[in-house]
Design a binder for this molecule. Structure first.
Ligand code: PLP
Length: 369
């Protein structure tokens, strides 16, 4: 088979995989109903709880991140339930689409792309409609590079109104602090190919006591993502369905690496590198999409395509002439921005390389600040 050359892959997922994790994934297949898998699954689950900062139940699902988000919906809600879904980007929109597809009665709350979700607006909406059952939010909006104030949102949703809080943390968990128990989040979903430095194919989800209570009466159809099945199988050291074993081997190694570095250090590294990215872009004369630094994401930075510059030409030259793979925009911002991912196994040099290449390519595509 053709081998793809290694690139400076700066997409906000999938992210590059360190060689020792690649090596771990070459382990032979084992019986997923045998004792080796029992040990592997239990250790990884306990370590993931440390990363999630939770004592809640936690499950490893063989699915991309969207699987965990679908699980959060179908395990807590019934068709016709009134829910708030707040969105300020493509992934917020997708969460809206998902919960609508399962028949919820959605109060969609739109916020500016590039800005944060406002907890005060959520408070007003909850005050106006006491029958709201759940609030759905994205922690880190990957399409715009905004980290929403989930701590403050949780204070409103949980502290003041005691509603269910479902969180898409696909591009933040393990990179940006999201202490699940301290913030009292009911369901938090994330995925393997972002902060966890392994290939796509696994997603992780934490489930609070309150969410389990909701599960007992939740009537949305579910089978593959029925977490009561995952729970009973986990008690026997198994998953209900065949797990992605190779990714599990990688996960096992990745969790050792993350916990060895220490989560505080991992968060600090992401912060430092994100700052380097933002400062580097501004130094080149570029404008960031997120005007208020307080909400700028530490995992992905969105940069406005300068007037007169062809975004496709810029990204093409970066890839073919400098081996740097950038991401375009998404949804209605597809052509307006380009994005630099800086999550997972990322070091300062990766970003320096991006900035050095941009410095050469930008004038070539007509940017003269
Ligand atoms: C990547 C991403 C997703 C989608 O995850 P998949 O693994 O592609 O299913 C959802 N939400 C956010 C915030 C993401 O960054």
């Amino acid at each position: 088979m053709q081998r793809f050359p290694s690139q400076n892959l700066r997409t906000p997922g999938p992210t590059p995989i360190p060689s020792d994790i690649v090596e771990a994934m070459t382990n032979p297949m084992i019986n997923h109903r045998g004792p080796e898998f029992d040990t592997l699954l239990n250790k990884a689950t306990e370590q993931l709880k440390q990363v999630f900062m939770t004592k809640n139940d936690l499950f490893i699902l063989t699915a991309s991140g969207t699987g965990s988000l679908e699980a959060s919906i179908v395990n807590t809600l019934s068709p016709g339930d009134r829910v708030i879904a707040a969105t300020a980007g493509a992934f917020g929109d997708r969460f809206v689409d998902m919960v609508e597809a399962y028949g919820a009665d959605v109060k969609r709350m739109d916020f500016d792309w590039g800005g944060p979700i406002d907890p005060d607006d959520i408070r007003k909406a909850l005050q106006a409609e006491p029958d709201i059952k759940a609030v759905l939010v994205t922690h880190n909006e990957t399409s715009t590079g905004v980290t929403h104030p989930v701590e403050d949102i949780a204070k409103v949703v949980k502290g003041e109104f005691d509603k269910l809080l479902l969180v898409d943390a696909v591009s933040s968990l393990g990179c940006i602090p999201l202490p699940v128990d301290a913030w009292d989040c009911d369901m938090v979903g994330t995925a393997s190919q972002k902060g966890f430095m392994i290939p796509p194919g696994l997603s992780f989800i934490s489930v609070s006591e309150r969410a389990w209570k909701a599960q007992q009466t939740a009537k949305m159809p579910r089978f593959y993502f029925d977490l009561s099945m995952a729970k009973s199988y986990l008690q026997t050291g198994q998953t209900p369905f065949t797990p992605n074993l190779s990714a599990m081997y990688g996960l096992s190694r990745a969790l050792d690496v993350l916990l060895e570095e220490g989560m505080e250090n991992v968060f600090g590294r992401h912060h430092t590198i994100a700052q380097l990215t933002r400062d580097g872009a501004r130094d080149l004369g570029l404008e960031l999409l997120v005007a208020d630094e307080a909400y700028a994401s530490n995992t992905v930075t969105a940069i406005k395509v300068p007037e007169g510059v062809d975004q496709k030409a810029l990204m093409g030259k970066m890839r073919t002439e400098h081996n740097v793979v950038l991401a375009g925009g998404q949804g209605r911002m597809s052509a307006d921005i380009f994005r630099i991912g800086h999550l997972g196994a990322v070091a300062k040099e990766d970003i320096t390389e991006v900035m050095d290449a941009l410095k050469i390519v930008l004038p070539e595509v007509g940017f003269n600040p």
